[in-house]
Design a protein around this ligand. Structure first.
Ligand code: PLP
Length: 235
């Protein structure tokens, strides 16, 4: 039961990071990221008590949701970039979407959710590092998107999401998390934004403890639970 052991180890590390930050452990949720791993691995984590899993590809989450449809309390969080023409699949099978980055996508999701009579918890993805390779909105554009989301009643805004800079320099990673905390504060102070924006979805296998020190409420952890994924592409 390596996966169960890993889950215990990560949860212990999360609790310790909360304690160091003077935060209650109940404030931080562990979202296991099961992308590229099969349903056998997901069921191992399910047996250990996990009920929601992060996936970043629409095709993959649809296939897994279909395969595991008899587990009625098992939910999916779509954490990857989404094209509008795939909005229907996410509306149909995800409970959470962590990569909202435009009103056009919000509208596509709203229409699909209405048709299915469902709702979707959403996080606005922010490019906190400024790296070209990253998805998400520049911080300066987040308030406008948040304000616009008020028109889409099927979307339930919960907060902001980011993937921090990939760097060995702790200061560079930390600056991303600090930007997110400041941005959340600005949203809370901003009358135009609807929803609560209480949550910060940030921190992965390599940086979740630092993210917790800066206010993360959901950490998305893949490798440290399920093992390493095959490298993408040549080289
Ligand atoms: C893959 C992925 C993760 C998990 O990354 P690990 O480094 O394996 O923990 C978290 N968030 C997103 C958006 C991802 O795509």
């Amino acid at each position: 039961m390596a996966i169960a052991d890993n889950l215990t180890r990560i949860r212990t590390a999360i609790d310790a990071a909360c304690e160091r930050a003077g935060r209650p452990a109940s404030e931080v949720r562990l979202l296991p990221v099961s992308k590229t791993f099969g349903t056998d691995a997901i069921l191992e984590a399910y047996a250990a008590g996990m009920r929601i899993f992060g996936e970043n590809k629409v095709q993959e989450v649809v296939a897994k949701a279909t395969e595991l449809a008899d587990h009625e309390d098992l939910q999916w969080a779509m954490i990857g970039h989404l094209q509008r023409n795939k909005a229907r699949d996410v509306a149909a099978c995800a409970a959470e979407f962590h990569a909202l980055d435009s009103l056009r996508l919000a509208e596509a999701l709203q229409n699909r959710l209405e048709a299915l009579d469902r709702t979707l918890d959403v996080f606005i993805e922010v490019n906190s590092s400024g790296e070209d390779s990253k998805f998400g909105l520049p911080p300066a554009e987040v308030a406008d998107l948040a304000a616009g989301l008020g028109s889409y009643d099927r979307l339930r805004p919960r907060g902001l999401m980011t993937i921090a800079a990939r760097s060995d320099d702790r200061k560079v990673v930390e600056a991303c998390f600090v930007r997110m905390t400041e941005l959340r504060q600005r949203l809370r102070d901003d009358d135009k934004s609807t929803g609560s924006y209480e949550e910060l979805s940030m921190g992965m296998s390599g940086d979740f403890e630092l993210a917790i020190a800066h206010g993360a409420t959901t950490v998305r952890v893949g490798t440290a639970i399920f093992g390493s994924r095959p490298a993408l592409g040549p080289g």
